[in-house]
Design a protein around this ligand. Structure first.
Ligand SMILES: [Zn+2]
Ligand SMILES: [Zn+2]
Ligand SMILES: [Zn+2]
Ligand SMILES: [Zn+2]
Ligand SMILES: [Zn+2]
Length: 296
């Protein structure tokens, strides 16, 4: 016989669990989902057994560097064959074998987003896409920018297997300027997107067309651009430059992709706005007032 208290507790847990299972699918990535499993044992079990939570797998930094083929296989097996979306960002340790294992046990996958997964090869990805094209099923979204070695032959072969429905996308194209297989960013400049022009003039890869590192708008000779703190030739349009937080010393901002390079400056004043210094200023001895060598 359960006491009244126990029953009440059980009832409370049941409703908490229901709420959690509604909320959990909206967690942005595996990182948050795994953090939730540490809250309690019963929550961990509930999460593990709820296959609906595992139909979209998103692994991004900081978890990416730890993802191996075996861990990937373990995580995806929780979907019980119902995995639909696989998003792996910069998971360098995942190989063709690992991806193939996931695909073989999850024939319903429609989205494979693996940018920067440089352990994969064009042949490996090709085989997965072909394997998923059985029984009237097709891959709809394929993001493979940063997987090296794609040729025009790979690309045209891939296109024959991908879904032809509207909204289906692959992120690599033949750049009309350099004829290489590259990603061609969209441009938010209004004049570039006027419908009457056949092809927008700024259609080209990152190397052929100078663009804002933040919003990818094209930057022509008559548009104002500003230097970013990122190095590697990142430039910013004036609009993005104005809103991004800037280094306290050289006043250059980092683009969002490189924002982890900020060296935050600790302050004891709770009301002070957070400020940072860029790597260049941080390491440049002498300009950094916190590292000045006062000994003579
Ligand atoms: Zn190009
Ligand atoms: Zn911009
Ligand atoms: Zn443009
Ligand atoms: Zn600086
Ligand atoms: Zn940058």
């Amino acid at each position: 016989m359960k006491t009244e208290e126990e029953e009440e507790e059980e009832e409370e847990w049941r409703s908490a669990r229901e709420v959690l299972l509604i909320v959990l699918p909206y967690l942005p990535s595996l990182f948050e989902l795994l953090s939730m499993t540490r809250v309690s044992r019963s929550l961990r079990d509930a999460i593990r057994d709820e296959t609906a939570l595992w139909t979209n797998i998103v692994v991004e930094p900081p978890l990416s560097s730890r993802l191996t083929d075996d861990i990937l296989s373990d995580i995806t097996s929780k979907s019980a064959g119902k995995l639909k979306t696989l998003i792996l960002r910069r998971c360098l340790r995942v190989t063709d074998t690992g991806l193939r294992r996931v695909v073989d046990s999850n024939p319903l996958i429609t989205k494979i987003i693996v940018p920067g997964c440089s352990g994969l090869t064009p042949e490996g990805i090709m085989e997965c896409v072909v394997s998923l094209s059985k029984n009237n099923h097709k891959v709809e979204t394929l993001h493979i920018n940063g997987v090296n070695g794609f040729t025009k032959q790979h690309l045209s072969a891939l296109l024959t297997y991908l879904s032809s429905s509207e909204g289906a996308t692959i992120d690599l194209e033949v750049c009309p300027k350099c004829d290489e297989i590259r990603m061609i960013p969209a441009c938010s400049r209004e004049s570039c997107n006027l419908k009457q022009t056949n092809e927008r003039k700024c259609r080209g890869c990152w190397l052929c067309i100078p663009r804002c590192a933040e919003c990818s708008v094209c930057l022509g000779p008559d548009t104002e651009s500003q230097e970013a703190a990122c190095g590697n030739d990142d430039v910013l349009c004036l609009e993005c430059w104005l809103v991004l937080p800037k280094c306290r010393f050289c006043n250059k901002p980092y683009c969002t992709n490189h924002s982890s390079r900020r060296h935050e400056i600790a302050t004891t004043d709770a009301a002070a706005r957070p400020s940072f210094e860029c790597e260049a200023c941080y390491y440049r001895a002498g300009t950094n007032p916190y590292e000045v060598d006062y000994q003579i």
